[in-house]
Design a protein around this ligand. Structure first.
Ligand code: PLP
Length: 897
């Protein structure tokens, strides 16, 4: 492409405004260039009495006095006069008019015709123009000849006196195929053959900035000023310009007679819009060229006059100053085009064009839907055509968005050498594949293997004080619990809890015959969701006494009880009793106060809810996410699980927490479901609030392995408070202050490590005052303090765990030696990140309707058939703890809350 036209914009000079410098033989006065004209609203014959620099809105219907310049706004208004003068100036016109819409402008012009007159018009005009012409034909005795105006030869035979040709109506480029009409040649031919006929041009696609047809022989030009002239899609308007005084007089008469003149307020808005016309359209045109070249380079048939092979490009270059900001392309498949349009984010789906925002549409389904399909086909309008109307957004963002949409829609795919267009046959294959994948989804959920995970939590600030209504801050940790539910065919229900030590290798394993379960004990109201959510103690008792009597280990019993209870309630509701085994394992230390039971509850409930089809993983197109997401709540790149899915899982996880703990606060399961950071205030409805902007932080979690009784620790604080309400009350208030400051810091941009370290020390000191620390926790503090790190106990103290903030810039060698020292002392340190994602579900490869690349065979391990499913479970048990997280992450695509 030559940039000639693009760079000529600035040099273009039109209008009646000479530069202010004095004329001299050596330095003649030069006319201003187009963008200067646009920005300069000056009408020497309409001076404002106060010298206002913006034209005021004369919001009045009438003007006082007799014989003044204005009397009634239908006939004329100063704001409108300013606008009309301005539009005429930038259109190389002597006369300008503004009316209520582009169609009103055409209607005004067509009223110049009389019954018996004939009009020649294009066959690829704006739909509204066709509609109005059809109306005149049936109601006003006007003959309309539609011809292919891109070929002047088709017009010439009609240019005969006996044909009464009174008007030739042209549009160039046409919309949406951007066909070029040689306005200059046609005008010349018409003038020679039927001199009385008026050449009328709809210049909406170009605007006066890019094309001024009056300079090429047109008699009357109109624009839908709703488009580029106003530029912001905030008003409807039409403008008409002409140089012939006789025609102008008639137009002024019609506008006054019909009352379609533009209102003062809209005149003001339009005048304001025109000031930036050159600036906007310059940017829009250059981005359009980039977009057109991009689509063209991918091999899509692309319609844009700036492309080297565009038909009649040289004609366009002769009569205009640029290529405009509308282009269209065809993908080869209507379905693919529909998916492209649906997949864009920055390009909004909308009719019209000319706005500062970019728009995308499918003309056959939208703007041209009123034209019969057969006519569209006859005019060569492809049903899969996509029209792009380019705005002023950054071109890189627009291209990125378009590229992503093309990929998501299966119109292009990535290869080692870059993007390639998917040919229609491949497109169809992609479609079939998508259908196959969708059909795969029809496998009943209880016949699939489900893999889920949920994080543990740490209380960062506010433990113990939380009992007295002071908020506590909790966050997810990157140590997680994982569960796999595998279908089986032997009418048996199994559990395998790998972390529950019952004195045998591989943890606790148990099986129950489904028919042997006490189904009669499941309350009938369990078909009601409310009935499920309220714990049924009778059913719990029956399961405990009749089914779990032979299990002596307390943890194994409680975990089995929680699992069986939810299974039976959901089974009773669904009327199905699918056989399955649930295996669960954590990288979290169990029983250390880090929310392992809540993450187990979330894993168990989400697995069972998936099996019974009560929650569903997203079936829309999802980008692949082969590895676990980073521990950053704010910018997880992975697909999102829906809020409804999260809420539902949380309700049932809370139920299981009740079975495991009696009276859970709801913090742990909420963190395990939602991830990130939460503020919890006891006893308040809506007492859980997400900490917005919570960023991932590194912490060392140290399990001192000194378990203490949480209840007695809590009771101890209560006793102190009873004895010394003032002193202890003051400590609690100090903790509140720490929490408030910490919440603020945790949600703030920037490095908060130093402030947080100070708050950690402060909070710990208050906990010492409450008497809940322990010599081993103080020992951990001593070790870490030597390295300049701040440590506090976490949780009520029962788990004997400490948290140490590890700033990002803390040296790796020091970190290794802290860890080594803690290990030497018999403690178990875990390096973790807090604030990462919540519940995760492995969505099988190919849940994506539209894979980015040709899909690879599904990872054998996650196929749902018995053999390979069993292999996954075997590996799940065999992997070492440090390997577990990354191995599970690599099984396929994960979606997270
Ligand atoms: N001319 C063209 C080329 C158009 O695209 C449109 C509207 O889309 C019009 C005229 C009619 O303009 P308005 O909608 O302002 O009446």
């Amino acid at each position: 492409m030559t940039n000639k036209l693009t760079f000529d914009f600035a040099a273009t000079s039109v209008g009646d405004l000479p530069t202010p410098e004095p004329d001299s033989p050596y330095r003649p006065r030069r006319p201003y260039r187009f963008s200067t004209l646009c920005a300069t609203v000056e009408n020497p014959s309409l001076k404002d009495q106060y010298g206002s620099s913006s034209v005021p809105i004369y919001q009045t219907a009438t003007f006082k006095g007799v014989g003044g310049e204005y009397d009634y706004t239908r006939s004329g208004n100063p704001t409108r006069s300013h606008l009309e003068h301005h539009v005429a100036k930038i259109s190389s016109a002597v006369h300008g008019f503004s009316v209520s819409s582009g169609m009103a402008a055409l209607d005004t012009i067509l009223r110049l015709l009389k019954p018996g007159d004939a009009i020649i018009a294009g066959d690829d005009l704006y739909g509204g123009t066709n509609r109005l012409l059809a109306y005149l034909r049936t109601h006003a005795g006007i003959t309309v000849h539609h011809v292919d105006t891109t070929k002047p030869d088709t017009i010439i035979p009609l240019l005969k006196t006996e044909n009464n040709i009174a008007m030739v109506l042209l549009e160039s480029p046409t919309n949406p195929l951007l066909k070029i009409v040689d306005i200059a040649t046609i005008a010349k031919e018409v003038k020679e053959r039927v001199p009385a006929a008026l050449i009328v041009v709809d210049n909406t696609m170009m605007s006066p900035f890019l094309q001024r047809p009056l300079e090429h022989g047109a008699d009357v030009v109109y624009d839908s000023a709703t488009k580029y002239l106003s530029g912001h899609h905030d008003l409807m308007a039409g403008v008409i310009t002409c140089n012939r005084d006789d025609v102008a007089k008639q137009i002024a008469f019609i506008i006054n007679a019909t009352g379609n003149g533009l209102t003062p307020f809209d005149s003001f808005l339009l005048l304001r819009g025109t000031k930036t016309l050159a600036l906007r359209l310059n940017q829009q045109s250059s981005t359009s060229m980039l977009v057109a070249r991009y689509l063209h380079s991918l091999g899509f048939p692309t319609f844009y006059p700036g492309l080297p092979d565009h038909p009649n490009r040289e004609i366009h270059e002769r009569i205009s100053n640029g290529y405009g900001a509308v282009l269209s392309f065809s993908t080869g498949s209507k379905d693919v085009s529909e998916r492209v349009v649906a997949a864009t984010r920055l390009w909004s789906v909308s009719v019209s064009f000319g706005c500062v925002n970019s728009l995308i549409s499918m003309p056959c389904a939208m703007s041209h839907a009123s034209i019969p399909a057969a006519t569209r086909a006859a005019r060569g309008l492809p049903e899969d055509l996509i029209r792009l109307c380019v705005g002023i957004e950054d071109s890189a963002d627009l291209l990125d968005d378009l590229e992503r949409a093309l990929i998501d829609a299966g119109a292009v795919r990535r290869t080692a050498t870059g993007l390639v267009r998917v040919q229609t046959s491949i497109g169809e294959a992609v479609q079939k594949l998508a259908e196959k994948e969708a059909a795969k989804d029809e496998i009943p959920p209880h016949e699939k293997q489900w893999v889920v995970s949920a994080p543990g939590k740490v209380i960062l600030f506010g433990e113990h004080a939380v009992v007295y209504g002071i908020p506590a801050l909790a966050a997810s940790v990157s140590l997680r619990c994982y569960a796999i539910s595998t279908p089986r065919t032997d009418n048996t229900l199994g559990v395998h809890f790998l972390d529950i030590d019952v004195g045998q290798p591989g943890g606790f394993k148990h099986e129950w015959s489904l028919s042997g379960l006490p189904w009669d004990a499941v309350p009938s109201q369990s078909s009601q969701v409310e009935g499920e959510v309220a714990l049924n103690h009778q059913l719990l008792d029956v399961i405990s006494s009749q089914v779990l009597a032979d299990i002596s280990d307390a943890n194994a019993r409680q975990a089995s009880l929680a699992f069986l209870y939810l299974y039976m309630v959901l089974a009773a509701h669904s009327g199905q009793r699918p056989a399955l085994t649930l295996a669960a394992r954590a990288t979290l230390p169990v029983g250390a106060g880090l929310g392992s039971s809540a993450s187990f509850s979330v894993c168990t409930s989400s697995s069972l809810l998936l099996v019974f089809g009560r929650i569903r993983v997203p079936s829309q197109s999802l980008p692949a996410s082969p590895s676990p997401p980073p521990a950053s709540s704010s910018s997880s790149p992975s697909p999102k699980l829906s809020d409804a899915l999260a809420q539902c899982t949380n309700i049932y996880a809370f139920l299981l927490e009740k079975i495991l703990h009696g009276t859970p606060s709801g913090v742990d399961n909420s963190v395990a479901v939602f991830g990130g950071g939460l503020q919890y205030t006891k006893g308040q409805s809506g007492g859980l609030e997400a900490i917005e902007g919570f960023k991932a932080l590194r912490f060392l979690l140290t399990d001192t392995r000194v378990p203490r009784n949480t209840r007695s620790l809590v009771a101890g604080v209560a006793e102190r408070l009873a004895k010394d309400p003032n002193g202890v009350g003051q400590v609690l208030e100090q903790i509140r202050e720490v929490v408030v400051r910490a919440r603020h810091k945790l949600g703030e941009e920037g490095n908060a490590a130093t402030v947080l370290a100070g708050l950690i020390d402060e909070n710990h000191a208050h906990l010492v005052d409450l008497g809940v620390s322990h010599p081993s926790l103080e020992d951990v503090r001593d070790v870490t303090r030597k390295y300049g790190l701040a440590t506090k106990l976490t949780g009520a103290g029962g788990g004997g765990c400490a948290v140490t903030l590890v700033p990002d810039d803390f040296s790796e060698s020091s970190l290794s030696s802290v860890i080594a020292t803690l290990k030497e002392k018999g403690y178990v340190p875990y390096l973790t990140e807090v604030g990462g994602p919540g519940l995760g579900i492995l969505i099988a490869q190919g849940t994506s309707v539209l894979p980015l690349t040709p899909p690879e065979p599904a990872t054998p391990e996650i196929e749902s058939d018995g053999e390979s499913g069993a292999q996954t479970v075997t590996l799940f048990a065999q992997k070492s703890k440090p390997e577990l997280g990354s191995w599970i992450g690599s099984l396929g695509d994960w979606a997270y809350v």
